[in-house]
Write a protein that binds this ligand. Structure first.
Ligand code: F6R
Length: 612
């Protein structure tokens, strides 16, 4: 959470930082600020609200500079306000800092500093850190770089920090532990970001800074050191994202664009891997570790949020096809209990951003216990991808809308391919079923496209239910994780309270909620439980609930009892979740829009949850 941007070089820093911050807003957007060094010295401008509001307030202000840092905030310590916004200056007004992460021992450091006479304007942990650095500088007469190193050795928690020093106007100091930091390398200039989006139009050469590294960045020089003051060789990676991938491309919102991109993103995810004609799935990360994967006594899949729903879907599929026991864990729970990891167990981490703090720490803990980690990640070069022993990228491209859509379907596609490949290698799937599922999977992009062509049919349904206070999402078997995902999408985008349940569990409690005002969304595509879900629909109708059903084309039973239906093309029940989730994404989107919500930036949320 929180986006950071920096620039040093011959260009004007301000427009680069503002544009970069707008691209990083998915990481947090409750307040914004920038610090620049120009002929007036160190200038800090900051404000509660989104980047555009700060930009407006700075019209006509002295923002010319060739060095600067900027921050878009997701509040952790202290409410969103002008004062709590970053950057924070040190008491001597010489240093300005921006920070993404949490300094866990800030309270203790703060009381030590207060005893020494330091005062604080904000409630943030970040202002404590900058004053702690100033204090070390003062007491040890050391350089800023050295003071940062000493400070970071005493700090616990996660951070990316960027620091400007009025007395060293040609240098940005950056450091990372646990939160992401990318440095773009240009000719006599450097760009900094929480991801690579602020630098896309300027350079394709980037360095992903590692944990416990400090970067000393001048226009024409990048020095990386570890906390032991030893030089590290920057490893330069090539970016393969184009600018168009992070623009709205004519859509009203990123979320809608990303929903409509799914035929392409699923295709990209399958491309080069799945060949239904030859009956092959080529995934190097799987092939290189096939023995470990086939013989694993158990898989533990760890993830958060939407990625956790993809993991749950994978549990059903892997157990069915590979006959390997699977446990699905919330990363946040896994990391804080004392999980039993047996010899040979495989940990699969699923994450769009590859930066989710809980997932990252959970895999580090599992690694300490000797587990083999397989990462399924969207963002290339992200922390989880680098912390995994092997993995598969989802190739969904940058996902900017805070609510995950195309990343989810790409995760499902990757997990389905993995299950099929392992089942085939292990001999737990009959060839005819394997070949049939490969063809089904290959046909998915076309079927998603067909759903999207009917997407407008969901608009009147959204209009009808937009004022509901609650909603229930029900599904069985492979459709249960999709019910959970549908409910999550609705609550985050429209702020309507929604719960997903296994349809049969309804009778064990949630049915008490059903009345004429409660919309109940059934994920009721044709599968072996179809007759059972039909009974569940009748139970809701008998209590006057409103039923919206996602059905399979050609189903003429459910339309006779549901209030509203949306049909998706026929598909094998294992593959069908890739289809049934799409109308649920659109339904949430249209309800959110009908309610006037900011669907790309829902309140209180941030896309990349880099704090626990
Ligand atoms: C929901 C959503 C979140 C993320 C969760 C995990 O739409 O986007 O629930 O799925 O924060 O994030 P990643 O997948 O980046 O680890």
């Amino acid at each position: 959470m929180c986006g950071i941007v920096g620039y040093i070089g011959p260009r004007e820093a301000y427009p680069i930082i503002i544009t970069g911050l707008k691209r990083q807003e998915y990481r947090g957007y409750d307040s914004t600020g920038i610090a620049l060094i120009n002929e007036n010295g160190l200038e800090v401008f900051k404000k509660k609200g989104k980047v555009a509001e700060l930009e407006l307030s700075l019209l006509g202000k002295p923002v010319n500079a060739h060095i600067g840092i900027g921050h878009t905030r997701w509040a952790t310590h202290g409410e969103p306000s002008d004062v709590n916004a970053h950057p924070h200056k040190s008491n001597n007004e010489k240093l300005a800092i921006i920070h993404n992460g949490i300094i866990e021992n800030y309270a203790q450091l703060k009381s030590e500093l207060i005893k020494k006479g330091y005062s604080f304007k904000s409630e943030t942990d970040t202002e404590v850190l900058v004053n702690f650095i100033e204090d070390i500088q003062k007491n040890t007469q050391s350089s800023l770089e050295e003071a940062v190193r000493i400070a970071l050795k005493r700090v616990s928690g996660a951070y990316v920090i960027l620091l400007l020093d009025e007395d060293n106007p040609d240098t940005i100091i950056a450091a990372r532990k646990g939160s992401p930091l990318v440095i773009g390398i240009g000719k006599d200039e450097h760009f900094l970001g929480s991801d690579a989006t602020p630098m896309l139009e300027y350079t394709k050469e980037v360095v992903y800074v590692n944990d416990y590294e400090i970067a000393i960045i001048k226009a024409g020089e990048l020095i990386l050191k570890n906390l032991g003051n030893e030089r590290q060789m920057p490893y330069i990676s090539k970016l393969d994202i184009e600018l168009a991938a992070i623009e709205k491309g004519g859509y009203d919102h990123f979320m809608l664009k990303e929903i409509y991109e799914q035929p392409t993103t699923i295709y990209d995810c399958l491309r080069g891997r799945l060949d239904a004609e030859k009956g092959t799935i080529t995934m190097k990360g799987i092939q290189d570790h096939i023995e470990a994967l086939i013989h694993a006594p158990r898989y533990i899949i760890i993830a958060c949020g939407t990625s956790w729903h993809a993991a749950l879907e994978a549990e059903y599929i892997i157990e069915e096809l590979c006959r390997i026991p699977v446990e699905v864990e919330y990363a946040s729970e896994f990391r804080y209990r004392n999980p039993i990891i047996n010899k040979g167990d495989v940990i699969i981490a699923v994450s769009q951003s590859g930066e989710t703090a809980d997932t990252l720490v959970a895999i580090e803990k599992a690694k300490e216990q000797g587990a083999f980690i397989f990462g399924i990640v969207n963002v290339v070069g992200s922390s989880i991808s680098r912390a995994s022993h092997a993995g598969a990228y989802t190739h969904a491209g940058p996902e900017i809308g805070v609510a995950s859509t195309k990343a989810f379907t790409a995760q499902l596609a990757v997990l389905m391919m993995i299950a099929l490949k392992i089942a085939k290698e292990k001999g737990t799937i009959e060839n005819s079923r394997y070949m049939e599922l490969l063809v089904e999977l290959e046909n998915i992009p076309e079927k998603v496209d067909a759903i999207l062509k009917n997407g407008d049919l969901l608009k009147p349904i959204a209009e009808k239910y937009k004022d509901a206070g609650n909603a229930l999402y029900l599904g069985r078997g492979y459709n249960f994780p999709i019910a959970l995902e549908g409910a999550l999408k609705l609550k985050e985008i429209s702020y309507i309270h929604a719960e997903g349940y296994p349809a049969a569990e309804m009778k064990h409690g949630p049915i008490a909620l059903v009345d004429k005002n409660l919309p109940v969304v059934f994920v009721a595509t044709k599968d072996e439980y179809h007759a059972k879900i039909v009974s569940n629909i009748q139970e809701i109708k008998a209590r006057k609930g409103k039923v919206i059903a996602i059905i399979t084309e050609g189903d003429d039973l459910i339309p006779s009892m549901a209030d509203d239906v949306f049909a998706v093309p026929t598909a094998n029940e294992i593959i069908a979740p890739l289809l049934s989730v799409v109308p649920l994404q659109l339904l949430s989107y249209y309800i959110g829009v009908a309610k006037g919500c900011d669907v790309d930036k829902p309140r209180n949320l941030a896309k990349s949850v880099t704090v626990e």
